[in-house]
Design a protein around this ligand. Sequence first.
Ligand SMILES: [Zn+2]
Length: 358
Amino acid sequence: MLGVLGVSQLNTPLSQFVFLASPSPTSTDVLPTQTDVSAIRLYALAPTKTPRPTRTPLPSATPSPTLTATRDVSPTRLYTVTPTKPRRSTERSPQRSTPQRSAPTPSAPTPSDTPTVTDTPAPVVRTARVPILMYHHIGDLPPDADAIRKSLTVSQERFEEQMRFLAAQGYTTIHLVDLVTHLQTGAPLPAKPIILTFDDGYDDNYVNVFPTLKDFGFKGTFFVIGAPTDYGSPGYLRWEQILEMYDNGMEIGAHSLTHRYNLGTTRPSTQDAEIKQAHALMTGHLANWIPLFSYPSGSYNQYSIDLLKQLGYIGAATTKQGALQSSAKLFELRRIRIRGEWNMQQFLYWFNYWTAQP
Ligand SMILES: [Zn+2]
């Protein structure tokens, strides 16, 4: 929903913001999906395709023959759906994945029907206040941009202004794996840590964000939707761009196969397809990839969390607003949504507001 900022708040001097009513945290939790998924609606979930083991270059604007069928929704050529009966995981132990770049286990989850009994004492819950900013598009708006697209798009000028603010305030960008490691082990973080995340894998992330972050000496985390990238859909990152970013110190995460479903309300077999096939694409292209996930539209349930854990993920980002992170909520990391319609005063107001929330 876009209702967080009323029209009356736009262009309001900063001094007046402190008198505004508190925003509703729940009003921003769900990402509007219509624009977000518009370019990938045509993907169907059907048998046969396995991820390419090789890094096939896709450099030209002319898709290779295997990519020309992007609009083909024939059920014979897309991704495999493996229907499985919904089963409740019995995993009860805390997340123990070590965040080294070790090869994840892509095998299917094998939940037991017998509850696990452990005598392990309850782990220490560690918390840290680390803002995780959530961006989507950075760059110019298309002429026909609707309100949702405008909200998802921060201009290059405004983005640079925001990065200058963070640098001037002494923030140090870290990766999600650094936060997870800190929450799990207490390993120290730099002073004023912050994480910059970019959802959906739009190609402006390579064209605009990547060079800007390099200019500032910053790191970013990019959550890629598997199918449009793998098919070379216009407007989305290509694997060679992702690899260049990955090889230059950027963190890459998964953001489902198609972004078509709210995982929290869809059936387990669909969650299996969306999560496992995206996972296979990532592990097939990125050596020593550390599995991290961002829930499409912020939607997930316990099945999603259990499946991610079974696949070796170390954490997942939500769209729940806030900056206080907990070792007990590694799969429910909170973020601060940065909206394209904000001026700099509004950015400062909401950044400070959400960073300070308990
Ligand atoms: Zn998304």
